[in-house]
Write a protein that binds this ligand. Structure first.
Ligand code: SF4
Length: 329
């Protein structure tokens, strides 16, 4: 039973004298049968509650539930959704001030190849695979002239290694023949390269060239739908719809923050709602585990105390670097 349910009992049982005596420290509705929480006692009472940590301390499930009830009662206007979406972005910026691309790379060519290799596998597996690949083939010219079977062996851990070998050797040949061995900085050029779609192109443009872009990967799609930014499951439509919600200058970092949140907390199968810092802004609160202790056990990477995905993370990354291939971590 909620604390609110107890309130009527206590309020009706209190004498007028008691009310007068306690006027300055009158109990909140719902607290009269227990210790009388004054203003100063309120945080204590909140901490003691089963599921209402303070906003700064973490999630606010009950607040989220109340918000959801209000939302269910009245459809959200477009303006309200845009405001809520921008607030999510601002609050994620506080949660992940160190958000970054999670592929290791030293130049646009390495980022392009790593992004192609990241299809159907984790960034971690790609990061563990590319050091040996780039040590042997550091330039497009080197990779274009490689023996395919040797490249296949090197990138085998990333899966689909024959198709990926064709793509990275093909794009290397195109870079060598059509772009003077340089990765082009334009979307229309990038998407013509073998194995390069819009998602890969935006990753490269945003992170190697500083051109704003929205990266709609599986995490971004899932979270954009959970947050009611879109109802579509088509990445191109999602990209277009999200682009109308946020200013262009936010697109690249928004993508990193959303993907960070999807990987660490708002997982596909078991979102850790009870450990989520933006429950009060999320219409899908409750889709995952709401018990704070159980939810905390679902957290991944630095949020769960584990290594990140990059072997060479940026200096401000608060977690541990990922281990090389074959090492335990
Ligand atoms: S669905 Fe995701 S974003 Fe929403 S409260 Fe749960 S973990 Fe947080």
């Amino acid at each position: 039973m909620s604390a609110e349910s107890n309130s009527a009992v206590g309020e009706h049982g209190a004498s007028k004298r008691a009310k007068a005596t306690n006027r300055k420290s009158a109990p909140e509705p719902g607290r009269a049968t227990g210790p009388r929480p004054t203003r100063t006692a309120k945080p204590e009472a909140r901490r003691a509650g089963p599921s209402e940590p303070s906003r700064t301390a973490g999630p606010a499930p009950r607040r989220a539930a109340e918000t959801e009830t209000r939302r269910a009662a009245k459809p959200e206007s477009r303006l309200a959704m845009v405001r809520r979406a921008r607030r999510i972005n601002r609050e994620l910026a506080e949660v992940y001030p160190y958000a970054h691309p999670e592929l290791d790379f030293r130049n646009p060519f390495e980022l392009l190849v790593a992004t192609v290799l990241s299809a159907q596998t984790t960034d971690l597996r790609v990061n563990q695979t590319t050091p040996a690949l780039f040590a042997k083939y550091p330039t497009p010219e080197d990779l274009a002239a490689a023996v395919p079977e040797e490249v296949e062996e090197l990138i085998r851990p990333t899966g689909f290694f024959r198709a990926k070998t064709k793509s990275i050797m093909g794009l290397s040949a195109a870079l060598r023949d059509d772009f003077g061995g340089e990765v082009p900085g334009r979307l229309e050029d990038l998407v013509k390269l073998p194995g390069v779609g819009r998602k890969t192109a935006f990753v490269v443009l945003g992170n190697a060239f500083g051109v704003p872009g929205i990266t709609v990967d599986t995490h971004f799609m899932r979270l954009a739908r959970r947050w009611r930014w879109t109802e579509s499951d088509d990445p191109v439509k999602i990209e277009a719809e999200v682009a109308t919600i946020f200013p262009k200058s936010e697109w690249t970092m928004l993508s990193h923050r959303v993907i960070f949140h999807g990987r660490r907390i708002c997982h596909a199968r078991k979102p850790a709602c009870g450990a989520c810092p933006i429950t009060h802004l999320c219409p899908s609160y409750g889709e995952g585990e709401t018990d704070p202790e159980k939810a905390a056990k679902l957290l991944k990477y630095e949020k769960g105390g584990f290594p990140g995905q990059r072997l060479n993370p940026p200096p401000d990354y608060p977690g541990r670097p990922a281990p090389p291939l074959g090492a335990s971590g």
